[in-house]
Design a protein. Structure first.
Ligand code: G3P
Length: 465
């Protein structure tokens, strides 16, 4: 059992199955949060004064430490957020690779030089040297579903570019996040630079996001919380990665076996608890029967069970989440959707559910379940598929399945989403690609270079020769 501190104001953390107490976390109050923010703010200029290659060395050392502690961290992720142990291990390794890439990319950020005479009336005697300065203290708020990877994807770019970090992990996911920070502190990095804040959102959430010494917020989580942060934060840059309702668009000429395989993997890995999961299928009427058949065959292959059994479909993060998914399934069936497979619940374990003949009046056509349910909407034209994609309040990603690449690009250009995947599932990785959400799916951009850019600002020195 991981016990971080012995403060009286603590909360017990249980495994996702609720059977085992796996640790305790400290519930910090506003005064404690105030102190850590002040420490971070004071220490940041020193951190920025350290040579860039040395900051990169700390990150490489952090990656080494994570690998050394991989087994322990993966086991904690698996228990705490209910992820199969293979995926939990992959998360740690993916994070190691990401941190190393960030360290290297940070060392390649060399600023820019602009000549004055490229503007009409300008002169060769004016030259601008444009450097990238850190913003100051970055508030990094991570979600439960990738408690290590999505935390590091915010902390590492902040550090390489010379910022201090205040890290607030999701409540369920805190223990994994704290182990990751322990590994970082093992490198000998000044501890004031990376501050972890744990506690109740209701007690410290607003205090954090409105604090005048926080210079930028990077948040991954629900659209509702993201919107609340954007309303409350005061004139500081924000990067928000929020919800999604990513469609898989399957055209008449698609390779249906490939599409089904990708769709099932995209929809059901980690029980659909990913912002980038495929959350609805728009299929041309003519091929719908065939597609539904192969999707069902692929779903039948999914393993269902406990994280320690390394199952793909595991209990959802909590009862509220499971109730919500069930509510969406019930609503669809009541309104005439056909359950093809699944629709079975054991505690918070929901069997992978495929719903056919879903129509636009059903909530599942529009709402994000964050669970293992996939609605099929049979549509007649590409125009309709574009309309259904763009009518969503979300705009994260979309997949298009067709053998006609030109058609896919034309169609994709009409979709109001951050990324379009051709003949593959929606997903964030590889992690250095830009990652963007439109509408309620997000604000700003992530991906290694984009993340670093979001945490720095241009500083212009004009040389007048
Ligand atoms: O849900 C968070 C998002 O970053 C998912 O990433 O790699 O599962 O597509 P990924």
């Amino acid at each position: 059992m991981i016990s971080i501190t012995a403060f009286t104001n603590e909360k017990e953390v249980y495994s996702v199955t609720g059977e085992e107490q796996i640790g305790t976390i400290r519930l910090m109050d506003q005064e404690e949060v105030e102190n850590v923010i002040n420490e971070a703010k004071e220490a940041q200029p020193y951190w920025y004064s350290i040579d860039l290659y040395k900051r990169a060395e700390f990150l490489h050392e952090w990656a080494d430490q994570l690998l050394e502690n991989q087994e322990k961290i993966a086991a904690t992720i698996s228990k705490e957020v209910g992820k199969g142990i293979t995926s939990a291990n992959k998360e740690v390794v993916r994070t190691v690779d990401l941190i190393r890439y960030i360290a290297e990319e940070g060392c390649r950020m060399h600023g820019e030089l602009m000549k004055g005479d490229s503007f009409k009336g300008g002169s060769t005697s004016k030259i601008a040297m444009i450097d990238q300065e850190p913003l100051g203290v970055i508030l990094a708020i991570s979600p439960f579903n990738y408690p290590v990877n999505l935390a590091a994807s915010k902390i590492a770019p902040a550090l390489i570019s010379g910022n201090a970090v205040v890290f607030k992990p999701a409540s369920q996911g805190t223990l994994s996040g704290l182990l990751m920070i322990e590994a970082l502190l093992e490198t000998g990095i000044p501890p004031e630079i990376v501050q972890t804040v744990t506690g109740k959102g209701s007690e410290i959430g607003d205090f954090l996001v409105t604090h005048p010494k926080i210079d930028m917020i990077t948040f991954t989580g629900s659209s509702a919380t993201g919107q609340a942060i954007s309303l409350k934060s005061k004139m500081i840059p924000l990067v928000l990665e929020l919800g999604g309702k990513d469609p898989a668009i399957v055209l008449k000429d698609a390779d249906l076996d490939l599409a089904a395989k990708q769709i099932v993997s995209g929809a059901f890995s980690y029980s659909g608890q990913r912002c980038t999961a495929i959350k609805r299928v728009f299929v041309h009427d003519e091929v719908a029967d065939d597609l539904v058949k192969v999707i069902k065959e692929n779903i039948d292959q999914l393993s269902i069970g406990l994280p320690e059994e390394d199952a793909t479909i595991t209990p959802l993060i909590d009862t509220k989440a499971a109730n919500f998914v069930e509510e969406l399934i019930d609503d669809a069936i009541r309104k005439g959707a056909t359950p093809i497979v699944g629709n079975k619940r054991e505690g918070n374990l929901l069997h992978p559910t495929l719903l056919d003949n879903v129509t636009s009046d059903m909530r599942i056509a529009w709402e994000e379940p964050f669970g293992p349910v996939l609605p099929i909407l049979r549509l007649n034209s590409e125009e309709e598929m574009i309309e259904y994609t763009n009518d969503s309040e979300y705009g994260l990603q979309a997949s298009i399945f067709t053998k006609d690449v030109q058609k896919a690009i034309l169609l994709g250009s009409k979709l109001n989403v951050g990324s379009v995947q051709l003949n593959a599932k929606t997903e964030r990785g590889p992690d250095h690609f830009p990652f963007i959400g439109t509408k309620k799916s997000g604000l700003g951009a992530q991906g290694v270079r984009r993340s670093i850019e979001s945490m720095t600002r241009d500083k212009v020195f004009v040389l007048n020769l």
